[in-house]
Design a protein around this ligand. Sequence first.
Ligand code: UVW
Length: 329
Amino acid sequence: MAGLTDFRRVAGEVRNWGRWGDDDELGTLNFITADKVAQAASLVKHGKVFPLGVDFGSSGPQGAFKYRHNPIHTMTVDGGDARSLPRFGLDWSANSAAQQMAGYFQDDLFRFNDDMVVMPLQCATQWDALSHVYYEDQLYNGFPADSVTSFGALHCGIDKVDGKGITSRGVLLDVVRHRGVETFLELGNPITPSELDEVARAQGVTVGRGDIVVVRTGWWARFLETGDGGEPGSGLDWQCASWLHDHDIAAVAADNLMVEDPISGVQGTLLPMHMLCLRDMGLMLGEYWDLNALAADCAADGVYEFQLIAPPLRFVGAVGSPVNPIAIK
Ligand code: UVW
């Protein structure tokens, strides 16, 4: 098994610090040029739309790992208020909100419902911002790790990528179909860099600068069958960071919970690919993407490239964001 010396060697090879300037916070999204965006748009031929976001609800994939939970959705105004509050009139002096609502609903035709959600930004379909993961006190491009405070990320927050909109050519690499596996890649069967090339070749698709690579492991399909979010399944081997670097990939996403195989291939650290991608390369990771319908369509028509539109929400200083990516063919 590789050790931290190997990890540091690869980190030195893939590190993009300073490549786009000392103040850069976009990282490999810089590969997405105006020409690339136009090329991606030209891939839309049939008007077929594939939303790649999963349901954000109480039956989501969280719970097995104690530090995250599924979205908690609460109604703050509903039909019950519209019926009850006017019955008791404006007699709500101890609760000014109820008094105000009673005022709205009394003798009026207008009705409405409101709601709110409490959730970890990482709990379902999401992007990891560059500030999500770090080591040795530095974020991407050498920004100090302690610039992420309880007030949020001063550097490399998800809001910093807004100018890019995150739209490019998407390429699906359907590894689970290529391997001929029934449902999903079980833990400890990581996808190697050469396998990524092999899958692309077998699918008849090329992968190049500025692409967003989307890898299907079958994990989300299995979760829909079993509801078991605790069995992480496999993903990319840590050395795929070099493959992503060599191909000038803009971002990578997968249908599983951490893109990479959680059995670390490097003695002495968890999630080495996270650290190489986010901290050294400046390459964002997308997790919990639902690739099932897209994969079925790609297998049917043999076209594995598409326009991908996946803008994060502009949460200021956040280290990640929910997203509902859209693939269009
Ligand atoms: C961590 O890396 C901790 O989480 P995620 O898999 O959401 O990126």
